[in-house]
Design a protein around this ligand. Sequence first.
Ligand code: NAI
Length: 417
Amino acid sequence: MDHDIKDITLAAAGKLRIEWAERSMPVLRMIRERFSKEKPLSGIVLAACLHVTTETASLVRTLSAGGAKVYLCASNPLSTQDDVAAALVSEGFNVFSIKGEDTETYYKHINACLDVKPNISMDDGADLVSSIHSKRQDLVKNIIGGTEETTTGVIRLKSMADSNVLLFPVIAVNDSNTKHFFDNRYGTGQSTIDGILRATNRLLAGSWFVVSGYGWCGRGLASRASGMGARVIVTEVDPLRALEAAMDGYSVMPMAQAAPVGDFFCTVTGDRSVIRKEHFELMKDGAIVSNSGHFNVEIDIESLEKLAVTRRIIRDFVEEFTMPDGRRITLLGEGRLINLAAAEGHPSSVMDMSFANQALASEFLVKNGSTLSKKVHKLPDHVDNEIAKLKLESMGIRIDTLTPEQEQYLNSWQMGT
Ligand code: NAI
């Protein structure tokens, strides 16, 4: 099997959408031009488990321009854009992903990408790494290292490294400043609202919008919901983050207090069972519940199913659960990342920086993988700064440079005044 996708006839539509996305990805384009000349990934087999979107297509083309043989599967059963998968297959890439695939197919596709004995694993949520470690350790001898896109994946990998079970080095792309400052905050902020609105077509202005988790994603989501006129409530478990949310002007309270107030709820914590039985019991009729954290465990869907007397799908990605007392609670996108289930994920211009990090992380691994310890590593700061510089350039923004006098002043402990 060299690919498994929904429908190859969608390729033309996918190509057009990839072209549109690539117009907003100048940094990756510059990297691709250099990769085409220098071929830093020559001879490398790369397995990528990422959301199969237009932006990912651009990354795949870039890695391939660098000389890699790329195999792509989905990092979430609901996030695949079938037209993009078709477009990539029509260009000769090996893609294994179908939107809405069941769990068995999802893992069959992951294994198809592992069967090719990759030298680099590229993950969004650590599913490749965890499959290799749990079932396919024979593959480790071929692997130089891995890269990881998201917060939840990095947390999983750091805990493996801390327990000394990680068998190869991994670059935490998420930990680059040009990734989490922008992708998690502005990307998730905008695209999560986009997903909720596309699914529901509801008005945010004047509504109560509950954001669970005030990390990078939560900050972005709260600010965008507030910008559209919603009254934002933040729930947190970390005192510093909670304080920050309060000083940013949001109401902060426990979920049990927010539950009867919220019109919209969205979890972005990376944690499990953040909204659960006791909260569903308090919610008002019509409450709309969604998640934009990596896994579909942030909402305790099982308890919602048990509480409900009936359930029905009302629109795409909108399922209504009726409680014994007649209240209706609506779950969006099966509790999976709503920005990817009901919308198209992050806008391209933000993925430009995230995927610039992925491309440069692969190059970094090829050059330095053999010297890295079996831990989770950050990309060096100069790579991060270079991406920021290129992005500014592409936006036509210029900044000041330090004068020699300023440089000396900032680097010297002797100059007090
Ligand atoms: P983060 O670590 O910066 O923030 C998570 C926040 O959630 C922390 O402040 C933590 O204290 C809080 N939290 C944990 N348990 C909680 C609970 N029970 N109740 C309330 N708050 C709780 O993480 P970041 O970068 O914001 O990522 C959050 C999640 O979103 C992760 O799963 C990440 O992988 C995912 N993600 C999703 C994206 C998307 O496209 N939808 C994009 C980027 C990240």
